[in-house]
Write a protein that binds this ligand. Structure first.
Ligand code: OSB
Ligand code: MG
Length: 370
């Protein structure tokens, strides 16, 4: 495929409500969108890096920089032989920056599939028309405020609630949600906020019959998660630690997790994400689709990924209005607790250019000369 243009759109979307995690509070979503143009089609990709390097080392500005200086030249060097399938290998010499790489791969997949009239969902191997949706609920100032928020999501039909936790906000909110909402599917996410020394404290979550505890320990403490898994009855799920299909295989082999959260950005792209899925499935490990507060572009891809057969738990694939009053595509809506998988060519969504312009702070043309 020949690249005629590659643009970075820097966008700022206000969240409908602040989203607080153990690593900080998001009030707006700053995001880099990639737009590619080929003679046959355009394609969009979303970089899920956050504004600050608090979830992982990447951040919005670092992604824009690495895409421009180090990644795009390597794609341009492939000439007309460039295909989406070659992106990961071509970018492998550049260490790290999986979210920046994933955004490029996604834009090229979208363009390639649009040109071929095929859907991303079919390409990735989706086997469902709609996927069950969970919702990730941030840390709140008080328990009543949390119960209020959870109540609204339950009323809207979300089939699973995930509570963000941190030391000082864990057993009490979980107990309160269990008491108020009974046996709804419930899980927690610590975003690395604990250490193995907290094992006895985390065991206090055991009586609440949670689906899982996500990434309680630091991302490089895989062995710690294996040790923790023997000390608590809540199943351990990894997010930050799973940076590739190989990392998933290793974590599974040492008993560090019995469930895996898959995020394409964290593993360098949707094609690697599918390999993580395949490794987990072969090992009998359940997976679910994580989220990074995506716009409709990244959400379209996530929802398709979540339709693969190994995704047996509801994902953080919430409806657009859980995040944004208006999205850059037509909104994803909740229908009986599910979100529909797009079926049109490519990602199957259309970018609302007028709205995009309203929320765009800059558009940069990345040079395509070798
Ligand atoms: O750890 O899953 C996480 C959001 C930003 C960064 C990390 C995480 C999250 C979420 C929200 O939990 C998931 C979503 O609904 O997009
Ligand atoms: Mg997480």
């Amino acid at each position: 495929m020949k690249l005629s243009a590659l643009e970075l759109h820097r966008v700022r979307l206000p969240l409908v409500a602040p989203f607080r995690t153990s690593f900080g509070t998001q009030v707006t979503r700053e995001v880099v969108l990639v737009r590619v143009e080929t003679p046959d089609a355009e394609g969009w990709g979303e970089c899920v890096a956050m504004e600050e390097p608090l979830y992982s080392p990447e951040y919005v500005d670092s992604a824009a920089e690495v895409i421009t200086r180090f990644l795009v030249p390597r794609l341009v060097a492939l000439g007309d032989g460039l295909t989406a399938g070659k992106v990961a290998t071509a970018l492998e010499p550049v260490k790290g920056h999986p979210m920046a790489k994933a955004a490029l791969e996604l834009a090229l997949l979208d363009a390639e599939l649009r040109a071929a009239g095929r859907s991303f969902a079919d390409e990735i191997g989706a086997v469902k028309d709609a996927v069950p949706s969970g919702v990730s609920v941030g840390i709140m100032d008080s328990i009543p405020q949390l119960l209020d928020a959870v109540g609204q999501y339950v009323d809207q039909g979300y089939v699973r609630i995930k509570l963000k936790i941190e030391p000082g906000w864990d057993v009490e909110p979980v107990a309160a949600v269990r008491e108020r909402f009974g046996d709804i599917p419930l899980q927690v996410d610590a975003n690395t906020a604990y250490t193995l020394g907290d094992a006895r404290h985390l065991a206090k979550l055991d009586p609440f019959d949670l689906l899982l505890i996500e990434q309680p320990l630091p991302e490089d403490d895989v062995r710690g998660h294996a040790a923790l898994a023997t000390q608590i009855s809540t199943p351990v799920c990894l997010d930050e630690s799973i940076v590739s299909a190989r990392a998933a295989a290793d974590a599974i082999a040492i008993g560090a997790c019995s469930i895996v959260n898959i995020k394409a950005g964290r593993v360098g792209g949707y094609l690697e994400a599918r390999r993580v899925h395949d490794v987990c499935r072969a090992n009998g490990i359940a997976v679910w689709c994580g989220g990074m507060l995506e716009t409709g572009i990244g959400r379209a891809a996530n929802v398709a990924l979540a339709a693969l057969p190994g995704f047996t738990l509801p994902g953080d694939t919430s409806a657009s209005d859980r995040y944004y009053q208006q999205d850059v595509t037509a909104p994803f809506v909740l229908e009986q607790g599910h979100v529909r998988v797009p079926t049109g060519p490519g990602l199957g969504v259309t970018v609302d250019r007028a709205f995009l312009t309203e929320i765009t702070s800059s558009v940069t043309q990345v040079p395509l000369s070798v």
